[in-house]
Design a protein around this ligand. Structure first.
Ligand code: OAD
Length: 249
């Protein structure tokens, strides 16, 4: 894959890099994106119908079982070459902050060191009343689906993810927005840039004078605005960028 020389020059001159990833970053690891059709037992539901506080209140077992199914699937998958390439990229910058909308933990599994999970982590369980973390040992030793919470008499265990209609962790978003306003380069990888506030990060970077690099096989609302828009998969583009940077060392 050909990488524009201007893109490589921008990376060589960058100190602070911000990377925003979405569901497309995990696609090559076998995790369906939000806009992919749901499969099997869940094909008759849309994520928007299950990933909400209302759905959990009305049908706690259904929502719990859906996440349990996704947790089991995610437990069987591994990071791909694109995740590994992002880890390798860290060596070229003073700082690389990775902000992900994904809840699968694949970036940390690959070795990325500075990761902000804007939408939480599917492997985490929290109390539905207090939001306090519930240890997996409690989940495994309490048979309910969902298990009751140890933190509140009416509490239930729920996935530690941000649901539709819920606000993002304020400290995470603030840190991401600060990074977007001060970075030299901002990657936007595998996201349809449809969901706020994450979708505003590349635009904030662009407005602050950063070089914005989009990687997505399809075009998105960011494609025409980005400094570089690579119509390719995450693994293909990121490994090609790494190869080019290494050859310029
Ligand atoms: P989407 O499913 O909206 O978009 C996935 C994007 O990845 C699409 O633009 C695809 O073209 C692209 N894509 C697919 N395969 C790819 C690949 N191999 N390499 C690179 N890109 C690829 O997922 P998100 O943009 O992450 O929020 O969705 C953002 C949020 O929408 C999710 O975090 C979720 C949902 O509302 C919450 O759950 C709160």
């Amino acid at each position: 894959m050909k990488i524009p020389s201007g893109l490589i020059t921008a990376l060589q001159n960058a100190n602070k890099t911000l990377v925003l990833t979405g569901a497309g970053m995990s696609a090559e690891s076998g995790v369906p994106t939000f806009r992919d059709a749901q499969s099997g037992l869940w094909s008759k539901f849309r994520p928007e119908e299950l990933a909400t506080p209302e759905a959990f209140r009305k049908h706690p077992k259904l929502v719990w079982d859906w996440y349990d199914d996704r947790r089991n699937n995610i437990g069987r998958i591994n990071p791909h070459a694109g995740h590994d390439a992002l880890v390798e990229l860290e060596q070229y910058f003073e700082s690389l902050l990775l902000v992900t909308q994904n809840v699968d933990g694949l970036h940390q599994q690959a070795g990325s060191r500075d990761v902000i999970e804007l939408h939480g982590n599917i492997m985490l369980s929290v109390c539905s009343e207090t939001g306090k973390v519930i240890e997996n040992s409690w989940i495994e030793s309490n048979p309910g689906r969902p298990p009751v919470s140890p933190h509140h008499p009416r509490g239930l265990a729920r996935p530690g993810v941000v649901w539709f209609g819920e606000s993002l962790p304020a400290d995470a978003m603030n840190r991401a927005m600060t990074a977007a306003s001060h970075c030299d380069v901002c990657f936007s990888i595998g996201t349809s840039t449809l969901v706020q506030p994450a979708a505003s990060l590349p635009l904030m970077a662009l407005n602050s004078g950063a070089c914005v690099i989009e990687i997505n096989p399809a075009s998105t609302p960011l494609s025409e605005l980005a400094t570089f828009s690579l119509q390719a998969t995450a693994a293909e583009a990121l490994t090609a960028i790494n190869t080019k940077l290494a050859s310029c060392k």
